[in-house]
Design a protein around this ligand. Structure first.
Ligand code: SAM
Length: 192
């Protein structure tokens, strides 16, 4: 998907430390969209985010992701966040609100890749109007309506690139890539 300019921007350079990226999900509806928010959290974790602030909190999703992290490694966590505005106000770095009405991502990428900490905010069915003013940047991943999971995946990949295996230290399970079928290494053992 185009993100606002021709061609793709260069991948992050390996010498500079990558930004620590946190994600804030505003307007989750416990009991109504558990699957979508779970997928958002899984995508955030798999693509290199450090944590997901979840507003409003949902203990079932926090527990589900804690179990995924225990099995598949790393330190990702879901942080219950009853007050999303305080998460935005206390963030020390750029706050990027993903919205189809925003500006293209590409011109902003060099700045985001240099920042030590980036907070990415995604909305749900209804986005609070003051979020547009509180964010440092309102950014579109293309100007068509799609999904918070897709938008998050694109921006994480563009800011951080693909996560290396060190991101998932302590894993009890690892996929052994195969051309066909499914192989998973459990506790260091590869099944026949
Ligand atoms: N109706 C909502 C509104 O008031 O804008 C948006 C609903 S959309 C299904 C949910 C979220 O997906 C948005 O809040 C935004 O974070 C993300 N999203 C959807 N399309 C996007 C796009 N083209 N660029 C960036 N983010 C997008």
């Amino acid at each position: 998907m185009g993100t606002g300019s021709s061609g793709s921007a260069p991948r992050p350079r390996s010498r500079r430390p990558l930004p620590e990226v946190s994600v804030l999900r505003v307007g989750h509806r416990p009991g109504r969209d558990p699957r979508l928010t779970t997928h958002l959290a899984l995508a955030a974790r798999a693509l290199g985010a450090t944590r997901l602030y979840l507003n409003p909190p949902d203990e079932a999703i926090r527990e589900r992701l804690a179990k995924v992290t225990a099995d598949w490694g790393g330190t990702f966590s879901v942080v219950p966040s009853p007050e999303w505005r305080s998460v935005v106000r206390s963030h020390d770095g750029p706050v990027v609100h993903l919205t189809m009405y925003g500006l293209p991502l590409d011109p902003l990428l060099p700045k985001l890749r240099r920042a030590p900490r980036v907070l990415i905010v995604v909305g749900g069915a209804k986005v609070p109007a003051d979020l547009y003013g509180l964010a440092t940047h309102n950014v579109a991943i293309g100007h068509q309506p799609h999904s918070e999971v897709a938008a998050l995946a694109v921006i994480l990949d563009r800011i951080r690139g693909p996560p290396g295996p060190e991101r998932f230290r302590g894993a009890r399970r690892r996929v052994v890539p195969t051309a066909r079928g499914k192989r998973v290494r459990r506790g260091g053992r590869v099944p026949p």
